[in-house]
Design a protein around this ligand. Structure first.
Ligand code: PEP
Ligand code: MG
Length: 531
């Protein structure tokens, strides 16, 4: 894919600041219009991303900054470049979710500069043949419009698992491997096998590997076209397959893909841009909208999870050296109890208005005292089913005590892996430690599964691990009673579960638990053909 445009050199314009700014302003408008049009064409999640990019191109504070620079003599191109870099640096400094939005800003800046130069904006090359796209990073505007018939997979050098490239690719079911350090050394025309399920790229694979890959692709196509049924194992054991959602607007698509309910509704995604805590009325409206899609079905809503990569300034805007270990999740809610109180009141009111079966859970819970606090408060405020997330290893270690109060536990494998392995989930340099297949993580899942089974209470999984079909089987073998995932993964997981009995899942789990590394567990679970 073409490299980005060269940075404009520092320089001064001819002296007519008004004319210089008029040209820049026209370029801002044209780029915003173009992004909006692309959004309308793409629809769905892509539209939201592109409209957000269009808003960036209309941001008055950026325009003011550019104007000031032009008034001081800087050329239009350079003023745009400098203003965007300043803003990008600000976002990057904030880390996590905000830092990943910096890429989007870079793309908008490139589009404006291309427009000023009268050249085409950098983007995806045209090709008649299907291809794997290798790029430094991919702008949301490009990812959104990827031609599914042409782009077989994406490999990028930059970007983390929660970058927009990864989010959009996942929502379009395009296999994407992001953060591949030496991606740009792959030469155009090379034959490449990209297995996004395990994040492995093979250059010039031999015939055997290719045949194996073709067989797997064919079985996946069969899975996708299979009729949608409820999640179940080969022996009939029911394993409800639920959706992870962050916006009521995505509920209809999840239902169409066979979600039997919602296993994780990330309420903080609704309020990431809010400067002040949302009102009860505003929240009630949004939760009601969500619940209406799931009459008679389970919907697990998580209380606001402010944290390292998802800062909510109204909950905690203190600077912390280690935000992942800081005042986040339930800790932050407890420190601002009125906000938690309002949210639970809004949820109880939405529950009363609708027919869904509402379950509510707290994020980042460390022990039974915190669990008891949350469950008691939830019940006092009118909720009937109240539980906690297992994301901190300490919770798994005292799981029996936690079940004295919690009606259910939902395991967030993303954070549980981060904290068990002490590897920041946003940091590419420790990505190899962030593998939920690690036996240490699996052993904690088993402790939780056993504790739930002992008292007959549900233990769901709602981290990304549930979307890996092979790992999903192991998680069920460890005691998971439901699996929640990005809706695009439902078909693959549904098909994988149908192939094994509960006894076979348990046998795979036992082999994985005994392994000595994540890779070892993956290989051991696949194990002998006869389980
Ligand atoms: C998790 O940690 O696994 C989880 C589901 O929560 P989030 O990804 O929102 O932190
Ligand atoms: Mg989490």
């Amino acid at each position: 894919m073409p490299e980005p445009l060269a940075d404009p050199e520092p320089g001064t314009h001819g002296g007519d600041a008004d004319a210089e700014y008029a040209a820049v302003s026209a370029a801002f408008t044209a780029v915003a219009d173009d992004l909006m049009q692309r959004g309308t064409k793409a629809g769905g999640a892509a539209q939201e991303v592109l409209e957000a990019a269009a808003m960036m191109a209309q941001d008055p504070s950026l325009a003011d900054d550019v104007k000031e620079r032009i008034n001081a003599g800087t050329t239009g191109e350079r003023a745009v470049f400098e203003a965007f870099v300043t803003f990008q640096d600000l976002l990057t400094g904030m880390g996590g979710y905000m830092a990943e939005r910096a890429t989007d800003l870079g793309d908008v800046s490139q589009r404006i500069i291309a427009r000023l130069r009268g050249v085409a904006a950098p983007g995806i090359p045209e090709s008649d043949e299907p291809f794997i796209l290798v790029a430094r990073d991919l702008a949301p505007a490009d990812t959104a419009l990827l031609d599914l018939a042409k782009v077989l997979a994406l490999i990028t050098r930059d970007g983390g698992p929660t970058s927009h490239t990864a989010i959009l690719a996942r929502s379009k079911s395009i296999p994407a491997i992001v953060g591949v350090v030496n991606a740009l050394t792959i030469k155009e025309g090379t034959q490449v096998l990209a297995d996004a399920s395990i994040g492995v790229i093979t250059i010039e694979p031999g015939r055997e590997l290719l045949e194996d890959a073709r067989a797997r692709i064919a079985s996946r196509a069969a899975a996708l076209s299979a009729p949608i049924t409820d999640g179940a194992l080969a022996d009939g054991t029911k394993i409800p397959l639920l959706a992870n959602l962050g916006n009521p607007a995505d509920a209809a698509d999840a239902v169409a893909l066979g979600a039997e309910g919602v296993g994780l509704f990330r309420t903080e995604f609704l309020f990431l841009d809010s400067k002040s805590a949302p009102t009860v009325a505003d929240q009630q409206k949004k939760y009601t909208e969500l619940l209406r899609h799931f009459a008679g079905k389970k919907v697990v809503v998580r209380a606001l999870d402010a944290g390292a990569d998802k800062p909510l300034s109204f909950l905690n805007d203190a600077h912390e050296e280690n935000p992942a270990l800081g005042l986040r999740g339930l800790r932050a809610l407890r420190a601002s109890e009125h906000i938690l109180h309002d949210q639970l009141v809004a949820l109880a009111a939405a529950d009363a208005e609708t027919e869904a079966e509402l379950w509510v859970m707290a994020p980042m819970v460390s022990d039974s005292e915190e669990s008891e606090y949350f469950v008691n408060l939830g019940r006092e405020l009118g909720l009937t089913t109240v539980g906690v997330m297992a994301e901190v290893p300490s919770l798994a270690l005292v799981a029996d005590q936690v079940f004295d109060s919690a009606d259910f536990v939902s395991i967030g494998t993303n954070d549980l892996t981060q904290y068990t392995m002490a590897a920041d989930r946003m940091l590419g340099s420790v990505a190899s430690f962030q593998d939920p297949w690690h036996p240490a993580v699996l052993r904690l899942v088993k402790m939780l599964g056993d504790a739930g089974a002992a008292v007959g209470k549900p233990v769901g999984i709602c981290g990304e691990a549930a979307a890996d079909p092979e790992l999903a089987i192991v998680l069920v073998g460890l005691g998971a009673t439901s699996l929640s995932m990005t809706p695009a993964a439902l078909a693959d997981v549904r098909a994988a579960l149908r192939d094994v009995t509960l006894d076979q899942a348990k046998a795979r789990a036992a082999r994985a638990l005994a392994a000595r590394s994540a890779a070892g567990a993956r290989a051991a679970a696949a194990g002998p053909v006869l389980d």
